[in-house]
Write a protein that binds this ligand. Structure first.
Ligand code: FAD
Length: 483
């Protein structure tokens, strides 16, 4: 059997390749850069461990823990210090712990009495029934109030998407919140009455999901999967063109051409827009379920037509700079015990938030020191992410001075710029998802998976990589049956 081509050795592509290989299906993974892991990047240096991309993996689905076990990484898994559960949100220019219980909510200084009343009133607000796609900002103001948007959701959205709540789509970026209103008429009622359904599905809400990493950081996971895949992973190999053939796909790369039984695109949306694609002219619109027997495949090049992938370049990926700083313990007044702090725009700081990295996991800083990982840029201040490293460090130190009482100079500093970091599932994102569905239906044997389709969190991308394997396997069974 010809191998399945997997484009991109980020966590989505590696997960898909790993499980296909375990099923005895040959694979080739093409990666444009010289390393595996995509945006995952851990650096061990002089007793510090810095994470520039994701810091933690949330176990929102049983498939995530299963991958860790299947990859033989259970012994290297690190669960966070239980004391590091507390999350802070900045208000009145200082970090305030987020309440962890209903009583805590009633007594917290994070929200005024007006916001607390808005929560009590939420179950009685009517649900929206006109089918208009809302931004998360519109939804929060409608169901709760402006204060919740400005002082909580704005910060949360910066923490997940580095995004703008006025643009992010409720339907596409926060589908679970939308489902709570659709199914239960209210967020509060949904939290209470939906617990049973969530338990049965095995899914865990993001705010309650266990989080973890590995002894040497998250990079351990892609590195291990790549080792299991051996020379099936081709680094420094950019895929430039896909051509449908009578029995699969021809993949052209910077290093030559190869024939494949199927292709899974696990790259980024902006790189997808640059790909040239030729597929069968007479290909009927169809779903995979119709079966390969009815699918027309081109037998000659003249039967091919180009497919326009340029609309995917419209998907916004704002830049984000990760600023990892290490300090002597005595130079930081705040205990920094907790997960980290989120900062709403209204508070006027430059950084989007900070993770208390060395409080979360052991061995991330030398004895007597701590590591703070801050993010700058996103949709809030895209231009700031592009500043030179010394300016990024200076801006971050100034914010940390006010918020955490950081006084000394950093003992460790390292900045990484992600020029195109996280796709924004803004209002109207359904257009791109529909386009992917249409292309998959037209071009049999081509599949899309990853952060630009199935959710941006690391957990979402792992689940996307696991799920695509089932669809590819089904396709291969149908086509092999035909042969
Ligand atoms: C700064 C930052 C912080 C984050 N923090 C968290 C966090 O704390 N928790 C969390 O859950 N998630 C976090 N995320 C999100 C999460 O890390 C990503 O969504 C996920 O890792 C994306 O994986 P992926 O494999 O889909 O894509 P990517 O990691 O983007 O990998 C895609 C790969 O495809 C390759 N490629 C693209 N086009 C081609 C081509 N034509 N030919 C060959 N190769 C190609 C690219 O070089 C790249 O290596 C963060 C993301 C960023 C940027």
């Amino acid at each position: 059997m010809k191998p399945v081509a997997i484009i991109g050795a980020g966590i989505t592509g590696l997960t898909a390749a790993f499980y296909l290989k375990r099923k005895g299906i040959p694979v080739t993974v093409y990666e444009a850069s010289g390393r595996v892991g995509g945006v995952i990047q851990s650096l061990r240096q002089d007793g510090w461990l810095a994470e520039f991309g994701p810091n933690t993996l949330l176990e929102t689905s049983p498939k995530i823990g299963q991958l860790v076990r299947d990859a033989g990484l259970q012994a290297r898994r690190l669960d966070p210090d239980p004391k590091a559960e507390t999350r802070y949100v900045v208000r009145y220019q200082r970090p305030i712990a987020m309440p962890g219980s209903p009583l805590g909510f009633l007594t917290t200084k994070l929200f005024t009495a007006g916001a607390k009343l808005a929560v009590l009133r939420e179950p009685f607000r009517p649900r929206r029934r006109d089918g208009v796609e809302e931004s998360i900002a519109q939804f929060v103001v409608r169901r709760l109030n402006q204060e919740f948007l400005d002082h909580a959701i704005d910060a949360l959205v910066a923490g997940i998407y580095a995004g703008d709540p006025h643009r992010l789509s409720l339907t596409h970026a926060f589908p679970k919140l939308k489902a709570l209103e659709d199914n239960y008429g209210s967020l509060i009622k949904g939290q209470i009455f939906g617990a049973g359904a969530r338990k049965r599905s095995g899914e865990v809400a993001k705010d309650r999901a266990p989080k973890f990493s590995f002894d040497e950081g998250l990079q351990v996971l892609p590195d291990t999967l790549a080792t299991r895949l051996g020379d099936a992973v081709k680094l420094n190999t950019t895929v430039t063109k896909l051509t449908q053939t009578a029995d699969g796909w021809r993949v052209a790369t910077s290093n030559g051409e190869s024939e494949h039984s199927a292709v899974i695109y696990c790259g980024t949306a902006f790189k997808l827009a640059e790909l040239k694609m030729m597929c069968g002219r007479a290909a009927l619109p169809r779903s995979l379920e119709i079966g390969a027997a009815q699918q027309h495949r081109p037998t000659e090049d003249k039967e091919l037509e180009p497919l326009d992938l340029s609309p995917f370049s419209e998907i916004r990926y704002p830049p984000v700079a990760s600023v990892v700083l290490g300090f002597r313990r005595e130079d930081v007044a705040h205990p920094c015990e907790g997960f980290g702090m989120l900062i709403p725009k209204i508070e006027g700081f430059k950084i989007l938030g900070t993770i208390f990295s060395s409080s979360l996991f052991p061995n991330r800083a030398p004895t007597g020191h701590l590591t703070l990982t801050s993010y700058i840029g996103g949709e809030r201040y895209p231009e700031l992410a592009l500043l030179p490293a010394e300016k990024l460090v200076a801006l971050t130190c100034e914010d940390l001075r006010v918020l955490l009482g950081v006084t000394g100079k950093p003992a460790f500093q390292h900045c990484v710029l992600y020029p195109k970091a996280i796709p924004q599932y803004n209002v109207g994102y359904g257009r791109y998802r529909e386009l992917m569905n249409k292309i998959e239906n037209k071009a049999a044997g081509l599949f899309f998976a990853g952060h630009y389709r199935d959710g941006v969190s690391l957990g979402d991308t792992i689940v996307s990589g696991v799920n695509i394997v089932e669809r590819v396997e089904k396709h291969l069974k149908i086509t092999n049956g035909r042969e």
